[in-house]
Design a protein around this ligand. Sequence first.
Ligand SMILES: Nc1ncnc2c1ncn2[C@@H]1O[C@H](COP(=O)(O)OP(=O)(O)O)[C@@H](O)[C@H]1O
Ligand SMILES: CC(=O)OP(=O)(O)O
Ligand SMILES: [Mg+2]
Length: 400
Amino acid sequence: MSNAILVVNAGSSSIKFSLFLEHGESLELFLGGQLEGLYNTSRFKAKDAAGAIVGEKQWVPGQPLGHDGAIAYLADFLREHLVEHHLAAVGHRIVHGGIDYAAPVRLTAEIVGHLEQLIPLAPLHQPHNLMPIRLLMANHPELPQVACFDTAFHCTQPAVAQAFALPSEITGRGVRRYGFHGLSYEYIASVLPEYDSSVAQGRVVVLHLGNGASMCAVQGGKSIASTMAFTAVDGLPMGTRCGSLDPGVILYLMDELKMDTREVEKLLYRQSGLLGVSGLSSDMRALINSADPKAKFAVELFVYRVGRELGSLTAALGGLDALVFTAGIGEHSAPIRESICQAAAWLGLALDPVANAIGGPCISKAESRIPVWVIPTNEELLIARHTRRILKSIESGESP
Ligand SMILES: Nc1ncnc2c1ncn2[C@@H]1O[C@H](COP(=O)(O)OP(=O)(O)O)[C@@H](O)[C@H]1O
Ligand SMILES: CC(=O)OP(=O)(O)O
Ligand SMILES: [Mg+2]
């Protein structure tokens, strides 16, 4: 019987999970998978370490599972697969750490209470991040649970990158730019030297393009700016989120259209972005395959905004040494990568269409001034490493 570490990563459209086994000093993947399309066509797939499928299911279109249904399904699946192992700890992705949590931490009921107060700042994530923690705390109070925060990696940003131009009475309450997808960026920064040692210490823009999408300017392995801010609704247009918006639009919605706070929240988080613009789908695959002009415009707007943000982050870095694509769209959509690279040709970037079609990892031509990489993210492995470190400090009697 080996010690197992379970990792749960609840995103806005998916729950990803991995089970790692401790072997001496190393962590070995035992199995992993995801429930995706939680609000359209829900699918489940799990594979063992050799890539063999150990679980697969698709739900009827139009009867999505949602996060609660997905957690219930996953709990049954994991119970079955954990029988031969001892569950030593669970590591969770928590999207918002607010001002208080800038590093992984062992969860207590008190900390969960603090994190619940941040639900309004991450309504698509935080409740689903915290729900399984509460469940496990109630049923297995002795089981160590560790929180790893999306916001933590961005703590290195300079004050100007974190600030809003608001009075200090407001900013003093923690109203500032935090940035998200930090576990993904931290993972990419940790493996970039294996792909390209010459740029790992340089100026890199990482594009995390999934259902939630953001970009991060990384310098010497550290975040110096990102497109997301106080909440994960800012920056790029996403599956259902609007991205950057003139704050005057919100005043207009409230004053002229008489929308209340919850209605505005629903509009900006759940009914906008690719879904809102296309009127069809939040899924980039569906839009790329559609001939509908509104679907084409939604894709065009997404690519345009990525191009504009790339210029802004390049300015923040004072130049650019490499570009990295990751997450659902970034890893899997050659046409979107191609359009973004075309929009970025002014940076001296030349795409290799053949390498792009097969997914890289290097998708730029040898003569490209900027190398472009496709690197699969692995937030789960990073969470497992942090969780194991905290578990060891608990076992050795240090307070984590
Ligand atoms: N082959 C593909 N082409 C275009 N988009 C894709 C492809 N595969 C996945 N995606 C997009 O990736 C999104 C999921 O990305 P992911 O990073 O897993 O999401 P989450 O934000 O839930 O963590 C889907 O909504 C889908 O739009
Ligand atoms: C922060 C965020 O948008 O996360 P995800 O892409 O997993 O929805
Ligand atoms: Mg994600």
